[in-house]
Design a protein around this ligand. Structure first.
Ligand code: SF4
Length: 364
């Protein structure tokens, strides 16, 4: 929360914020416009090993998408796990899901294009009901949000009438609507400690729930969902990397198993990792999370080294430039995000409770 994560940093990222949009008639004509676009892409993506010719292949698409975006009065949000062509070719904001939705609600744009998965676009709609929210990859789901339904939460509430339901942000609007308060990977402990109830039904991430239990005296009853990416990491692979790169700091996402979290130098969400890297004197890091974050940070911190293995999220990789172009020209009904108003209002209340608790601890 309050993380300026969505403001890219580093020299390569700086160059991507240069004015000079695609425009309808780039100065010097279309060929010159394409050359400039290719240069812009290469300046950022060259750090990841992309060659100029490769950037030239993407340039017509990114140029056209940027033109369409302006024409539609749209802003493009990209989660950190998206591919580099999305993150650095077309995105206005990069970051974690909630931070992006907050940024989007502050912009004057009428249209939000969310390059991410469905629950993220729904969260943007909950916070910005007056805006048109578009999801280029309508089938991009998430193993966490798909593990639980609103009916499951209602059943849990009947079973544990004295418990509060804390939902991780990776949930549908319908599940948020049935919950007491929302949380993120960064503020989970603060939320659990900040509510009066002693018994907490934590949904849907079982591993995050277990990680929270290790840090609180309250009783956490976790739901059984897991992230198909983060559940795969093992402490053995971390130890092997520590041996090989003894100077590397190991940063682990709190969706990982508790024994992996216990072996880390830092455990948190993507925003925590970025903040830590910004302030750390270490030059080398191992990121135990989805591959997209390491790619993003290689661009934004070209003077740091990122080592180790990562795992791709199949849902996050469903967004492609072609689909973004499609959604800006002629979106299908399943690409337009709608949240029924009574659900939206209750889901918004669940998010607002989280903002109230976290703002209490903000410096005056
Ligand atoms: S990385 Fe995990 S939590 Fe994130 S969208 Fe993919 S499955 Fe869901």
């Amino acid at each position: 929360m309050g993380i300026p994560e969505t403001s890219p940093s580093g020299p390569a990222a700086e160059s991507l914020r240069r004015p000079g949009s695609a425009g309808t008639a780039p100065p010097g004509g279309r060929r010159a416009g394409l050359e400039r676009e290719t240069d812009r892409l290469f300046h950022a993506l060259g750090h990841l090993g992309w060659v100029r010719e490769e950037c030239g292949l993407f340039a017509p698409l990114t140029l056209e998408i940027r033109r369409l975006k302006e024409e539609a009065g749209a802003t493009i949000l990209a989660h950190s796990y998206q591919t580099p062509d999305i993150l650095y070719g077309i995105a206005d904001f990069r970051g974690d899901s909630l931070q992006l939705s907050i940024e989007a609600s502050k912009t004057s744009a009428d249209v939000i294009v969310f390059c991410g998965v469905r629950f993220m676009a729904e969260t943007a709609k909950i916070l910005s009901p007056e805006k048109r929210v578009l999801l280029p990859a309508p089938d991009a789901g998430c193993s966490l949000d798909e593990s639980i339904t609103a009916a499951d939460v209602r059943r849990l509430r009947r079973q544990y009438p004295d418990a509060a339901v804390v939902c991780y942000v990776n949930t549908t609007a319908a599940v948020k609507a049935e919950s007491t308060v929302c949380c993120t990977s960064a503020n989970g402990l603060e939320i659990v400690e900040g509510i009066p109830e002693r018994q907490i039904l934590f949904v849907p991430d079982q591993l995050m729930g277990k990680n929270l239990q290790a840090r609180t005296k309250k009783e956490i009853i976790p739901w059984g969902g897991t992230c198909i990416v983060h559940e795969t990491f093992t402490p053995e692979s971390l130890q092997a990397h520590r041996k090989h790169f003894p100077d590397a700091e190991i940063l682990v996402h709190t969706e990982c198993n508790p024994d992996v979290v216990a072996a880390a130098d830092l455990a948190g969400g993507t925003g925590d990792m970025i903040r830590h890297i910004k302030n750390s004197s270490s030059r080398r890091f191992m990121l135990v999370t989805e591959c997209g974050l390491a790619d993003r940070l290689r661009v934004e911190f070209p003077d740091r080294e990122f080592v180790g293995t990562c795992v791709l999220c199949p849902h996050m990789k469903k967004t492609e430039l072609r689909k973004v172009m499609e959604v800006l020209t002629d979106p299908g009904p399943d690409q337009i995000i709608e949240v029924e108003e009574s659900v939206r209002i209750r889901a918004k209340r669940t998010l607002d409770r989280m903002f109230e608790i976290t703002s209490r601890s903000l410096p005056a």
